[in-house]
Design a protein around this ligand. Structure first.
Ligand code: DC
Length: 209
């Protein structure tokens, strides 16, 4: 199949089905799929493991000294038939989806130095086109010139139910209320942060899933 000379940006709230849509597009058109949320989650996992974040408080000096050492990449797994997230050489695809990471990720994602590091990697990947990327600021900030942009939304109760079903398999103790609280908080933080808040690009196509 011919490599498509376009980038596709998919943004929207947490658990609206962005990654499901992005993966389907990537499979159908043989495009490279990049889950930017996984990148913010991987840095958050690193911060938790290295005591850079404790009770939502960040040790900025420690973070800035460690940032250059954090290596995030996606490697294809033939077993899973999808690419998986690696943090400094370790497969973290499953551990970055825990509630602990979800509860801390908004704090890490609003730090400008973190965003600058990840956006630079994301833009670099997009240089050769043929990329479908999902996140919060792809159509507005990472690829403002993307040839195709979608903004995905869904009712909150539908999103909570979907994320709850997904998380139950990983962590049997997680409750519906915990997932609801986490999604509410993350939506609020994503929309209100100063740097690159979640916004629908004016030229994005709105899809309600
Ligand atoms: O897509 P996700 O729920 O896995 O993303 C995890 C968090 O990362 C989300 O709460 C907001 C943040 N994020 C971001 O700030 N910018 C992006 N481009 C992608 C995710």
């Amino acid at each position: 199949m011919r490599k498509l000379d376009i980038n596709i940006a998919i943004d929207g709230y947490s658990s609206c089905g962005k990654s499901t849509i992005a993966k389907a597009i990537s499979n159908r058109f043989r495009m490279v799929y990049i889950d930017t949320g996984a990148m913010y989650r991987a840095i958050t996992l690193y911060c938790i493991d290295n005591n850079i974040i404790n009770n939502l408080l960040v040790d900025y000096d420690l973070l800035f000294s460690h940032l250059p050492d954090i290596d995030i990449r996606f490697l294809y797994s033939s077993n899973e038939d999808q690419s998986e997230t690696f943090l400094n050489g370790k497969n973290v695809e499953s551990s970055i989806r825990s509630l602990k990471v979800s509860n801390n990720v908004s704090v890490i994602a609003e730090i400008p130095a973190v965003r600058e590091k990840l956006v630079a990697i994301q833009r670099n990947i997009g240089l050769s086109k043929n990329v479908v990327m999902d996140g919060r600021d792809i159509g507005t900030n990472v690829f403002p010139d993307a040839e195709l942009k979608f903004f995905i939304t869904a009712d909150l109760d539908v999103r909570v139910q979907r994320r709850f079903e997904e998380m139950k398999h990983m962590d049997g103790k997680v409750t519906y209320e915990e997932v609801l609280e986490n999604l509410n908080k993350r939506d609020k933080n994503d929309m209100q942060r100063r740097k690159s808040p979640l916004l629908k690009a004016s030229d994005a196509i709105l899809i309600d899933t």
